[in-house]
Design a protein around this ligand. Structure first.
Ligand code: DAH
Length: 416
């Protein structure tokens, strides 16, 4: 397109040029600027053939069109700055050239019109530039905020909610059963003295039972390394039974407590052994507790825990702190006590016996009463010590105690 300008200057196809700053300005530079700069002296209004005041306004209108097109092509802060230098640059900006070549040398008749048109042009240019600057800035801001914007439609990060460890769940279950029949829950120290862990439970030094409870001994040291405790004077409790003694020392009968907690033995880890495991101790002492109360209580617990369909039995056993002592069994919950699995093969859980060994228990040995100043002639009681890990394994068919301590989410997830 050829755009005729009143000054006789033809701006060849400027609007059909790509509106990129560069190509547009190239067009502008070749036509308009070349006139302004290369022949600045000659390119006065007179040289451009502008003789009448009414020719001035169209001349500036054309200039404004050029400026606006150039301005619109500036779409960044950098492009805008380049535009500003091109048009308003003091030394060789278009406005300076116009002032020098058009205004200053204008004849008397034209000067007022040129002056006015130039002022109007400056104001229009300023307004256009302000609008463009704001557009560029808000565009930049939009781009930034679009980057930072949170897309609420995106799926969120799913953080799986954990659950209580099976041992905790089983502990809660056992506590609930015993609390419902009048027991309270107490806890005791995991670092014990041999007196509470052994002697007061009627397990003197060199008693063979100590061999079954291979013990971790603990040394207390100052920061300097100086040992504070005599060798063998502290240990990690091998069972929760020491709390029988501590409880009876503090309380007079009637006593009905259960004591959950961690216990430690120097056992090599395998499917049924761990150097740390969990027990629940039980103790009931009163003036009229009989063996019937004892078996009735245990049976009640076992049926609550495994279901009313199970049977219980006890076998004679030996523990230094109970007399008589028993081992409690429950009918196998996997084969229903038949000893054979659904496939007809021997039940793998009870090895065909139909019974599963649960825990040790017995009537409190009068020897123990002596250690806690109970009168064995007036009071009697029973005690039991259950392995919580074993109780969980029996109920949920878990074959390896290590599964409790490995924190494998695939295992833990099975007990939500
Ligand atoms: N403390 C015993 C052990 O860890 C278990 C035990 C047996 C506890 C009989 C008792 C009990 O209270 O009466 O092997």
């Amino acid at each position: 397109m050829v755009m005729p300008l009143p000054c006789g200057l033809a701006l060849l196809g400027w609007s059909s040029f790509e509106r990129s700053e560069k190509s547009f300005f190239a067009a502008f530079g070749v036509t308009y600027l070349s006139l302004m700069t290369e022949n600045s002296q000659e390119q006065t209004l007179a040289a451009l053939g502008v003789k009448q005041p009414d020719q001035v306004a169209p001349l500036f209108a054309g200039l404004l069109s050029l400026a606006k097109a150039d301005l619109n092509a500036a779409n960044s802060a950098e492009g805008f700055e380049k535009f500003r230098v091109r048009w308003l640059g003091r030394k060789s900006g278009v406005l300076t050239l116009v002032t020098d070549n058009w205004l200053k040398p204008a004849c008397k008749e034209l000067k007022p019109a040129v002056g006015q048109a130039l002022n109007k042009f400056k104001a229009q240019l300023e307004t256009a530039m302000e609008a463009r600057r704001a557009a560029i800035e808000s565009g930049a801001q939009e781009a930034v905020s679009a980057k930072d914007r949170v897309d609420l439609s995106l799926p969120g990060v799913i953080r799986p909610v954990g659950s209580r460890h099976l041992i905790r769940q089983v502990l809660q279950e056992i506590e609930d059963i015993f609390v419902s029949i009048g027991f309270s829950v107490v806890e005791g120290p995991e670092i014990e003295t041999p007196y509470y862990n052994f002697e007061a439970l009627n397990i003197p030094e060199f008693h063979p039972v100590r061999d079954d409870m291979d013990t971790f001994y603990v040394e207390a040291r100052r920061e300097s390394g100086a040992v504070l405790t005599a060798p063998g004077s502290l240990l990690l409790r091998t069972h929760t039974s020491p709390m029988q003694i501590r409880t009876m020392e503090k309380r007079k009968p009637p006593v009905r407590v259960i004591v959950p907690g961690k216990v430690y033995r120097r056992d090599n880890p395998d499917a049924t052994h761990s150097f740390m495991f969990h027990q629940i101790e039980g103790l009931a002492v009163d003036h009229d507790i009989t063996f019937c109360d004892f078996t009735g209580t245990i049976e009640y617990f076992v049926k609550q825990y495994f279901g009313s369909g199970v049977k219980t039995r006890f076998r004679p056993s030996y523990f230094p702190f109970t007399e008589p002592s028993v081992e409690f069994d429950v009918s196998c919950i996997f084969c229903g006590g038949s000893g054979s699995a659904a496939s007809g093969q021997t039940c793998g859980k009870c090895k065909g016996s139909g019974w599963i060994e649960l825990f040790g228990a017995g009537m409190v040995d009068p020897e123990v009463d002596g250690f806690v100043n109970y009168d064995a002639k007036k009071v009697s009681g029973f005690a039991f010590g259950m392995g919580m890990d074993r109780l969980s394994m029996r109920k949920y068919g878990i074959d390896d105690i290590q599964a409790f301590f490995q924190n494998d989410v695939r295992f833990l997830k099975q007990f939500p």
